[in-house]
Design a protein around this ligand. Structure first.
Ligand SMILES: Cc1ncc(COP(=O)(O)O)c(C=O)c1O
Length: 385
């Protein structure tokens, strides 16, 4: 049985041309980018070129771009870094319950360890944020940071980042956006978006796992999380991962050149998949803001009777057995799969959340795969509906 990978919001395969870009840095150009000798200078040059390339693509200065080990690290640095630089003053962070755990768990930790006040912007049942509620929750002189993701990783919803940035600016709050899911799908110009801090992660756009980047606008006060050498201009001690930084910059640049093509392809795949589900008489409901979302993510709920006890990730496992890799957005904690916190925050019951899946496409998926997958969904669901 040929397996069909439709979990690209979790991670994407590394593009063959990116693998070729990395290879020289794994053998002949292995020098430590912080070494004075020519081996080091060679990799230093490649690293700084990668930084310039990425900075240019997002409309930033190279001095505002730092490589990290992941999107999670970039989000942690943004939130903890700003709070640690502000300690001693009253601090309130405003975020939303629909954020990735990299943000939610970090703000929860900051609340617990440092007494930071955390408030959540209200949203409706489709995950659309209520900006009037955001304005009401702002405490002038206390709201130091607003952190709202650019696009939601489970629903695909695109948030009104420019409007939120303008609100943050009018209250002198720093605005951080987790752009991990939008990177490679939407144009990310930091001035057009109005963001102060932005996190991205290479493995969402065909670079390897284990490399991310953070944009930090000049003037934003932020403490470091890693101390040691003077790497990344004192922001992040650790011998630089030159190979993967080069890969991230190249993959990001390529994604930006092909934005329209990628999104059109994702739209066609989505349509083919949903049409084929309907042709196969599979009943489903779409979750999220259908008017304003990334086309490569589709989140669907199936009307599986509550009498069918869906323990853990039964649906995902049944789909996997049928050769379809999709996701539920659940976090696997000590062997028990919890239902998606995003779907629960939209008001779904645990059962409804477990009867939902996220299907996510990439440029490597074909129309044949989209319709073949829908047929296999129909077979699996026949047994459950
Ligand atoms: C929105 C969002 N933020 C952060 C992350 C974490 O990124 P990484 O896997 O690079 O740690 C992810 C990964 O799924 C994500 O989707």
């Amino acid at each position: 049985m040929n397996r069909i990978y439709l979990d690209n919001a979790s991670t994407t395969p590394v593009a063959p041309e990116i693998i070729n870009e990395i290879k020289p840095f794994l053998d002949e150009h292995f020098g430590n980018a912080s070494s004075i000798h020519s081996f080091g200078q060679q990799t230093r040059n490649a690293l700084e070129l990668a930084r310039e390339e990425l900075a240019k693509e997002i409309g930033a200065k190279p001095s505002e771009v730092f490589f990290t080990s992941s999107g999670t690290e970039a989000d942690n640095l943004a939130l903890k870094g700003v709070v640690l630089a502000t300690l001693g003053k009253p601090i309130q962070i405003i975020t939303s319950k629909l954020e990735h755990k990299a943000v939610l768990e970090t703000v929860e930790w900051l609340q617990r360890k440092f007494g930071v006040a955390v408030d959540f912007v209200a949203h409706d049942e489709r995950g659309r944020l209520d900006l009037d509620d955001l304005k009401r929750k702002i405490r002038p002189n206390e709201t130091r940071l607003i952190s709202i993701m650019h696009a939601n990783n489970e629903l695909g919803n695109i948030n009104p980042i420019k409007e939120i940035a303008a609100i943050a600016k009018s209250y002198n709050a720093i605005f951080h956006t987790d752009a991990v899911q939008s990177a490679g799908k939407l144009k990310l110009n930091v001035d057009e978006l109005g963001v102060d801090v932005m996190a991205i992660s290479g493995h969402k756009f065909h670079a390897p796992k284990g490399i991310g980047a953070i944009y930090i606008r000049t003037g934003v006060q932020m403490e470091s999380l890693l101390h040691g050498g003077t790497h990344e201009r004192n922001r992040r001690a650790s011998t630089e991962n030159v190979a993967f930084s080069v890969a991230l910059a190249k993959a990001f640049k390529r994604s930006q050149q092909n934005l329209q093509q990628t999104n059109l392809h994702a739209q066609s795949l989505q349509k083919a998949f949903l049409d084929a589900l309907s042709e196969n008489d599979v009943p489903f409901r779409l979750n999220g803001d259908l008017e304003n979302k990334l086309p490569h993510i589709v989140n669907l709920s199936f009307p599986i009777s509550a009498k069918q006890k869906l323990a853990g990730d039964v649906l995902l496992l049944a789909l996997d057995a049928a050769g379809i890799a999709v996701s539920s957005g659940s976090a696997c904690t000590s062997g028990t799969a919890k239902p998606s916190h995003v779907l629960l925050a939209l008001g779904k019951t645990e059962h409804e959340a477990r009867a939902s899946v996220r299907v996510s496409f990439s440029k490597f998926n074909t129309m044949e795969q989209a319709s073949e997958a829908a047929g296999r969904f129909a077979n699996v669901l026949k047994r459950l509906l």
